[in-house]
Design a binder for this molecule. Structure first.
Ligand SMILES: Nc1ncnc2c1ncn2[C@@H]1O[C@H](COP(=O)(O)OP(=O)(O)OP(=O)(O)O)[C@@H](O)[C@H]1O
Length: 251
């Protein structure tokens, strides 16, 4: 069973500006959870709390608790390097490092101390197979990753995250820069990955949320308005504001 996430009374501020308001949520393992809501409602901020990426912003401040299994990762005592190994993140635009395909995947494991060539070969092969890229690139592992297509680059970036064996994968609009066919491949990949990982994805695409997620959370102005099984939320939303958003009446 993969890691569960329990969010308790999470409030988050950029300086005086309160961006997240009293969020409570139980996110199950082996599931895909979508975060939806209009631009600026706090989805990315929420996601970035789960691997403490907001720590990098000086005036950012979080209150409350986020438990990964039993550990509250908002405590000062948490080792954020270890946390980010456990909680990988994929960004909106594919961002491969300007180095070879092999070195992109081997980068994280090397940082975490793996030097053995044979071990790294295995990790690279395994990660590239997990993201369905192995057959496309196995004969050119030394080529620059920047020469891959956008869709291939995004799968490479997901492979780079998987190479350090995370428990949770956060994805911030991972398909927004991709064409429909690459999007479909990444969506298939996400569905496949949920057997091993807890996945949270921010998306502006309602069809995408409906296609790939088990649960959906609807945010509005920093509040969690509704959270539940995706099918229920899309067919019988409990809150009028959720209904208005998913039917395109605002946002
Ligand atoms: N570094 C920052 N400093 C100050 N305020 C910020 C910072 N980043 C985001 N904000 C503010 O926090 C609020 C939430 O932003 P966030 O990026 O989390 O929203 P979002 O729902 O992910 O939006 P989008 O769908 O457009 O990506 C916005 O009002 C934004 O202006």
């Amino acid at each position: 069973m993969t890691t569960k996430i329990k969010v308790e009374n999470l409030n988050f501020f950029y300086g005086e500006h309160q961006v997240l308001k009293n969020i409570n949520m139980n996110i199950e393992g082996n599931q895909v959870t979508s975060l939806i809501g209009p631009s600026g409602c706090g989805k990315t901020t929420f996601l970035r709390n789960i691997n403490r990426m907001n720590d990098l912003i000086e005036e950012a401040r979080a209150e409350g608790a986020i438990f990964l299994d039993n550990e509250n990762i908002l405590l000062d005592t948490v080792d954020v390097v270890q946390l980010r190994k456990k909680v990988g993140m994929v960004f909106q635009r594919p961002n491969p490092f300007p180095m070879s395909i092999f070195d992109n995947i081997a980068y994280g494991p090397r940082i975490h101390g793996i030097k053995d060539k044979h071990k790294l070969d295995n990790i690279v092969e395994h990660s590239l197979k997990s993201v369905g890229l192995w057959d496309e690139v196995k004969d050119r592992l030394k080529d620059s990753a920047l020469r891959l297509s956008g869709g291939q680059q995004q799968r490479l970036c997901i492979g780079r995250v998987l190479a350090v064996e995370p428990e949770i994968v956060l994805m911030d609009e991972p398909c927004s820069a991709l064409d429909p066919i690459s999007t479909m491949r990444v969506e298939d990949l996400i569905l496949d990955l949920k057997k091993d990982y807890t996945i949270i994805i921010v998306t502006h695409n309602m069809q995408q949320a409906a296609r790939i997620s088990d649960s959906t959370a609807f945010f509005l102005s920093g509040e969690l308005i509704e959270f539940g099984p995706t099918l229920e939320m899309f067919h019988t939303p409990k809150d009028k504001r959720t209904e208005d958003y998913i039917t395109g009446r605002f946002g």
